[in-house]
Design a protein. Sequence first.
Length: 255
Amino acid sequence: MPMSMIELHKALRGLRLSGMSATLEARALQVASHECNFIEGLSWLVQDELDRRRSRLLERRFTQSGLPERKALTEIDWQYNPKLPKRDVLELATLKFADAKENALLIGKPGTGKSHIAKALALLAVERGYKVMYREAHVLIEDIHEARQLGQSAALRKKLKATDLLVIDDLFLRGLPTIAGEELADVLMSRHEKSSTLLTSNRPIEDWSTLLGDVVVVAPLLDRLMHHGHLLKFDGRSWRLKEAAERLARNAAVA
């Protein structure tokens, strides 16, 4: 006996075909109204399931990445700040550097879009199937310290090694413990020529030894980061000042 619509929904959900269940009535109506034949309707139904699974997979990868928000390169107003390294950024967006297991350092003035671009590149990597981990620098150091306290250092180290693209954002935005330089150097050493790391900072490289409190560790840290690496320098006008001026203008207009 043929199943009722309720029974079909139950069977599809039991088979974990929620994408097909969600569009079953619509596809059945298309077949019944002769907008398509049975095979076409079935193929669309299968495609609905594939689309649902891909969407869920991408959402799961996004959640696992630790990205706090979705940023896109299309949101960048390149004309507002023509000093941005647009060509280099768009080249990174091809993700060839990730395929080649190369690193990238985005460095320059606050508010010039480094974090936005780093998040946008990370999101592109997520959408293209890479394993991505995003952490602000101070959070990564806290994660490493917590893992050590809980006896989970090996598990975290394994996770970091398995990540195709590690994004360490806003290095030196907040104060770091004295051991931070060694921790970062250790992470970069374990990933060297095995996977890609993208790091952003608003402090010039010559200040790093002072900020990390250890001159000795900076050399190997930079050596691992910049060997087969890309250095992008950000200058020009601040996006945050632009947004603040726009908010003031809107508030003045309302008043």
